[in-house]
Design a protein around this ligand. Structure first.
Ligand code: IPE
Ligand code: IPE
Ligand code: MG
Length: 239
């Protein structure tokens, strides 16, 4: 892995992944969608570990969107249960490994017990330094921007003080660098309301591989593609 990392000219500080294709992964195997979500959840840890080895500072994962409430009740309930179980099972080890867990999203509509679990995870790991695992859960980019606007108004901030820097401090991702690389699995070519403010200059990478099958080799290919991009930020060359 160290060798692989040294072959990459540039490593992104912040990688964000739209973990898509759990349902299709399951269907291809004749399994219920829930089995796909389970396999997808189990895939988070190895990818996180690979990110640590590459020296990535922040990994954001899109776990549940504000639009995903529109899925059948049974699936939504299953996803909520899975998240709660996963935190319970994995929190001690994530903490021992120095992972700082953050949440980007709203806690509205979330059950009290899951809310408590999330808060426990954030509180326990807040001083950890190895890598930040930012979980975009009950996250929507438009909802995030709206809550920022509302809080800015509620705080009585005068219009002339509202600039990009201030606005960024009101987002769920306050304090995190913008994503450098956004990876979407399962082939779709859209953001689905993910980090729409923060991704203004992110590099975008899509792979047909379903999320449960996205492994270290896939991550390496995404990082290679990223290293080969020329980021100009509107200027003429990247100097
Ligand atoms: C992504 O997989 C997980 C969530 C959105 C929670 P999907 O459930 O969207 O899988 P597909 O897109 O139906 O294959
Ligand atoms: C995006 O995937 C949300 C997550 C991965 C959590 P979706 O499967 O919900 O997105 P659409 O419906 O294909 O846009
Ligand atoms: Mg999907």
């Amino acid at each position: 892995m160290a060798d692989e990392a040294s072959t990459l000219a540039r490593i992104p500080r912040h990688v964000a992944i739209i973990m898509d294709g759990n349902g299709r992964w399951a269907r291809a195997r004749g399994l219920p969608r829930a089995a796909g979500h389970k396999a997808g959840t189990q895939n988070i840890r190895p990818v996180l570990e690979a990110c640590v080895e590459y020296g990535i500072e922040v990994l954001t994962i899109y776990a549940f969107s504000t639009e995903n409430w529109g899925r059948p009740n049974q699936e939504v309930r299953g996803l909520m249960r899975l998240l709660e179980q996963t935190i319970t099972e994995q929190l001690p080890e994530l903490h021992a490994k120095g992972v700082q867990i953050r949440h980007s999203g709203s806690l509205e509509r979330v059950s009290r017990s899951l809310k408590n679990k999330i808060q426990e995870a954030l509180e326990l790991t807040k001083a950890n330094q190895r890598i930040i695992l930012n979980v975009a859960f009950n996250y929507g980019g438009r909802a995030e921007i709206l809550q920022a606007v509302r809080r800015i108004i509620a705080d009585g901030i005068p219009a002339e003080e509202v600039d990009e820097e201030l606005f960024t401090r009101y987002l769920y991702t306050a304090g995190l660098p913008d994503p450098d690389l956004i990876i979407r699995t399962a082939g779709e070519m859209r953001l689905s309301n993910f980090l729409i403010w923060q991704s203004a200059y992110a590099e975008y990478y899509s792979t047909p591989t379903y999320w449960p099958d996205f492994d270290r080799a896939e991550l390496y290919r995404a990082l290679q593609a990223y290293a080969a991009r020329e980021r100009r930020f509107g200027r003429l060359e990247n100097r």
